[in-house]
Design a protein around this ligand. Sequence first.
Ligand code: DAU
Length: 338
Amino acid sequence: MKLLVTGGCGFIGSNFVRLMLRTHPDWSIVNFDKLTYAGNPANLSSIEDDPRYRFRRGDVCDEAAVETAIGPGVDAVVNFAAETHVDRSITDPEAFLRTDILGTHVLLEAVRRHGVTRFLQVSTDEVYGHVADGSSHEGYPLAPRSPYAASKAGADLQVLAYHVTYGTPVLISRGSNTYGPYQYPEKLIPLFVTNLLEDQQVPVYGDGLQVRDWLHVDDHCRGIEHVLLHGTPGHAYNVGGGNARTNIEITQRLLTQLGKDPQRYVRHVEDRPGHDRRYALDSAKLRTLGWSPRVDFEEGLAQTVTWYQEHESWWRPIRSGAFADYYRAQYASLRGAK
Ligand code: DAU
């Protein structure tokens, strides 16, 4: 199988590329990535000399560049390319509309022209919005509540419309909150771990009782692989970890592992605007096809913390660059939570 992976230098994309080359000796992968702030070629340094791997720099919104990347002979396209951070979508929504919606459209058109046999859209549980109780299955109404989630929902709807209108062989995976090695340190877990490793406080939004369902990145990648190989075109599949935890529970675990006193290191700050209180995914549809998560959450989280401890050379350059300006702008003006 010859795959075109977009956004393969990001967190989930790079873990996916590495895992697929490891598990499928007969696969080859072209990685098409714009290298935005979150795309890091260092994530793939271990495979850059693998003859089955090729990198091409480009933007999914650029039709000509996509046309060249897709070339002849691509069997499947897996679209990881996206702006993904909710807080950034609140301050700069336009970038999300461009990459997440327009970029997906450009890819769908290229897939249609080239008769590619599988197009997999990597989506998110955030398209269902806040889930007050129970869990969201794939038929649940889409009710996104942040510019990020709305951009992903817009892309999902386009993808499904291409199936109905043109018969494009599309698939959608909707993953829950993902953690593991190589995650850019703006997201909860890597931000808090690297803050603590730098002996700084961690900013918990509001009361910290928001609930997320945590999924190890390897389980997420195996879920995407499973959808790609066994999914039915025109369908979406939830990929949930089944590890519902409040943010404060996560914070406590990180503080304990790193030996930090909660009184001193936790700072409750004002809440994220429109903050979704709870996500919960029903992944029965994908489980019926034979996928299930393998990584125990407590073990996976502890290993992830250790990974950041052992890979300072990966995150220190990130934290000292443009990230430092982002961090100041995002957090400096936040008041303490009431
Ligand atoms: O659910 C899947 C989604 O999970 C993905 O589609 C998104 O790309 C990914 O960013 C993530 O969205 P969240 O907004 O849930 O992730 P984040 O790591 O930003 O925040 C997780 C929770 O932690 C959320 O309730 C907000 C809270 N939080 C986050 C940050 C960055 C804090 O309390 N303080 C913080 O500084």
